[in-house]
Design a binder for this molecule. Sequence first.
Ligand code: AMP
Ligand code: ZN
Length: 466
Amino acid sequence: MRIFNTMGRKLQEFIPVHKGEVRIYSCGPTVYAMPHIGNFRTFFLTDIIHRYFEYKGYKVTLVMNITDIDDKTIRGSEAAGMTLKEFTDKYTKVFFDGLDALNILRADHYPRATETVPEMLDIIQHLLENGVAYIANGSVYFSIHKFPAYGKLSGMDLDALDHGHRVDSDEYEKDAPGDFALWKAATPDELRRGIFFEAPWGKGRPGWHIECSAMGPKYLGSPLDIHIGGVDLIFPHHENEIAQFEAAYGKKFVNYWVHGEHLVVNGRKMSKSKGNYFTLNDLLKKYTYNEIRYLFLSTHYRDKLNYTEKAMQNAAKGAAKLELALQNLDFFIANAKEGESDSGFLATAKQRRREFEEAMDGDFNTPKALRVIHELVSDIYKYAGKEKGTLETARSTLLLMLHTFGLFEKEGESSQLPAELIKEIHEREAARAAKDWAKADAIRSKLKEKGILLDDFPEGTRWRRA
Ligand code: AMP
Ligand code: ZN
């Protein structure tokens, strides 16, 4: 398998630290608002890497942090009149609901920053002892000019650096490197609200960057095999994560850095601060999890994904083709005869599996792998009239690929329609049972306008997309 490593900016053969295992850390959400679909693009990338390593037979251990204390969560909870914990619990739940709605597999651990303070203090203590950090006004800062490797991930040019320039905010500007806060002295407001931890140098709270340096190695050891995040995190967040861990313990932090490109709207990063965002719930009102996953799959993770209504509709069309193929395959199988397997088709199915793996082994090339799936679907239609065993192999090959992408995994085809449409189909069935044909026809035309066609069979009603 080859992975594009941001460290060094080249494709590299993947060699795990422990044979047969892969230990992955992915930066998780800051739980202060509804996550937008750009955030979910990056969480989805983690899911695809997670699932593909499992497909390859690796034992995967995945850790994702929950940032439940930082400038934004403290500000947001104050504005909402909630305690920090009430506020972050609320948005942590929103995050988990989003993962489930998108059929994203759970990580093994979701450590919260507020629960990992002792490990963070240990790093800071080591940095102070090593002379790489200093205390000023009760806060602790990392002195970047004392760590010669600073900048090795991002390629940040430190020549222009203003020595001793300090950055207090968790959200500081790109291209302005400076000594960053490891620990922030409690403000009067934070003292009043009880938002602080005790440290040998005074009451305060950790800076944002240090949580990941502590949590990854806590659960996964070091070096981590793979660290994932969006490209906006390369600098300063990941640069700082490396600096903190490596300067504290003199050990390598991460072997492979994987960064997902942004989801953009009219060329600009989707972000809460720009206001150009959609939440997942906005999208789920109109589209199914399969369609949203299809959209993400159809662009390579290192390319920008331009979100438009048109792109979403194309994704829905692509997903519908796959869905129809599964339905048709069931139909072919139900009507197939027993007999000799078709060796020609079995060889083709094997070949498609090889192509699928080649695509994914080449830096998780999901659009290429998706094309292979569509080719397999065309092959299947050519073999429609074949005997049962061949078609069943076709089905299991197709499902193996679809499930590796987390597509069509939920039971029952109707679960792939938004709940309100399912409700209408059920209402129509009830109307039919009551022989209320006028109502049944009215619902049928209403659904047709939404692109859903209904076929009535003695066994019940099936829907398909127009
Ligand atoms: P946050 O909750 O802001 O800490 O971000 C969570 C994850 O979403 C990080 O890995 C970010 O890099 C990623 N992210 C933020 N905005 C976008 C975007 N527009 N497209 C893709 N990923 C994003
Ligand atoms: Zn992080």
